[in-house]
Ligand binder design. Structure first.
Ligand code: HSE
Length: 434
């Protein structure tokens, strides 16, 4: 039986998951592949800590060159994350003729054009199913199952940490800081959770998805991003009263000419299938001209779900090696020469329904002033809640749902409203996605 040799760079949580899957499920992999996948080398700076997986003598090394320059290795798995040295390792592996599997969405979002260009030039494969949605086979679905379809939109809950925090705030009516602390204690959030809670991780993922879905080379720094740190337990409670749930959504919509691409908290109707995707689960919704919509739901993170996506890519590449097939499925789902920059819509040009929350002094006339400003900007109020009065003199929350209007009008109105004497501090805006 043929053996495919694999080198793993990065023996952290997911790396340990990959090693466990390749060891525990070796039998079923052999039965399906007709070959053996052998974890020949694992490189990490720490080769002492026990990861709970049996590793043969001579496999662990502190030198990445033992993998990248090793003529026996067919496939290099990069699981160290970040930009450098991950980029340098992947480029060197490709230049040495090795196929690559990675879970590194930040790297692909920033250096996708360069990396996919080298993969194409060298006629090698790069697998990155694990970079988006963990175990959800979204990349394989776009590249293969939906290959004949014109994708119109792809959007979803692609960050498990943010979804866990919002779900906890919703279930337990607790504040953001309490939910974040618990997520960190349970190991769902990193010690530095910035990328997850500020929407940056979701922006990396939607940048990569836009490439696959529309053939678009998007600069991730051009994606409009806002995270979940301004969401309060009260926003969640009011959303519920209006019949919505709040989720951090990564959104992209392509009309053929331009792409509306953004990450922000959004209100979605409580009966929408994605409204009930809770905890660390992810959901990705694809709409196209042939199948209408398709929603994929699954574990977006974790050693074994993400590890299984990595191993799935390894086996796919192993099949190509065994059958001598070169670049059978293009990495970006389009031929590399067809990947083009497509103009991005400025967020000020979108239209939406809006949820607005103001902190106001509960005095006569305040409501008519606020509704007057909204009216002057052509914004119509659909419904409204004023929370109960607190102690005398305390600010109270005034919450409104507004009919569809332009983002530009809403932003101009908010600037004006925030200047009013009776309005305290910044207001909060949440877009509604239906
Ligand atoms: N930090 C990511 C999340 C995990 O919370 O979803 C992998 O992308």
């Amino acid at each position: 039986m043929k053996t495919i040799n694999v080198g793993l760079i990065g023996f952290g949580t997911i790396g340990a998951g990959v090693a466990k899957i390749l060891s525990d499920n070796q039998g079923i992999i052999q039965k399906r592949l007709g070959a053996t996948v052998r974890l020949a080398k694992i490189a990490d700076l720490d080769i002492e800590t026990d990861r709970g997986v049996q590793i043969e003598d001579g496999v662990l090394t502190t030198s990445v060159d033992d993998i990248i320059d090793n003529p026996e290795i067919d496939i290099v798995i990069e699981l160290i994350g970040g930009y450098e040295p991950a980029r340098a390792f992947i480029l060197k592996a490709l230049n040495n003729g090795k196929h690559v599997v990675t879970a590194n969405k930040a790297l692909l979002a920033k250096h996708g054009d360069e990396l996919f260009g080298v993969v194409d030039e060298k006629r090698l494969s790069i697998g990155f199913e694990a970079s988006i949605g963990g175990a959800i086979p979204i990349i394989r679905s776009i590249r293969e199952a939906f290959v004949a379809n014109r994708i119109q939109s792809i959007e979803g809950i692609v960050n498990g940490t943010a979804n866990y925090i919002l779900s906890k705030m919703s279930d337990e009516n607790c504040d953001f800081d309490v939910a974040l602390k618990e997520a960190q204690e349970k190991g769902f959030a990193e010690a530095d959770p910035t990328f997850d809670i500020e929407g940056i991780d979701s922006a990396h993922k939607i940048t990569v998805l836009a490439r696959l879905a529309y053939g678009a080379s998007v600069k991730c720094e051009d994606v409009s991003i806002s995270g979940i740190t301004n969401i309060t337990a009260e926003d969640i409670e009011c959303a519920r009263e209006f019949g919505y749930r709040i989720k951090l959504l990564a959104i992209s919509k392509c009309d053929g000419e331009s792409i509306d691409i953004r990450v922000h908290p959004a209100m979605i109707p409580s009966d929408h299938p994605m409204a009930n995707v809770n905890g660390v689960l992810n959901a990705i919704r694809v709409c196209d001209d042939m199948m209408d919509e398709n929603i994929l739901v699954g574990h977006g993170a974790g050693a074994l779900p993400t590890g299984s996506a990595v191993v799935g890519d390894v086996i796919e590449i192993a099949r190509n090696i065994i059958s001598n097939a070169q670049d059978r499925v293009p990495a970006s789902s389009f031929q590399n020469s067809e990947i083009k920059p497509i103009p991005l819509k400025d967020i000020s040009t979108i239209e939406s329904e809006y949820f607005l929350r103001f902190n106001i002094q509960d005095k006569p006339g305040v409501l008519s002033k606020i509704s007057g400003v909204l009216g002057n900007h052509g914004i119509s109020i659909e419904s409204m809640i004023q929370r109960e009065r607190g102690e005398k003199g305390d600010a109270v929350s005034l919450v409104m749902m507004c009919h569809r209007s332009s983002e530009k009008n809403i932003q101009n109105a908010l600037k004006e409203i925030e200047q009013l004497d009776m309005v305290c501090g910044k207001s909060n805006l949440i877009r509604v996605e239906k």
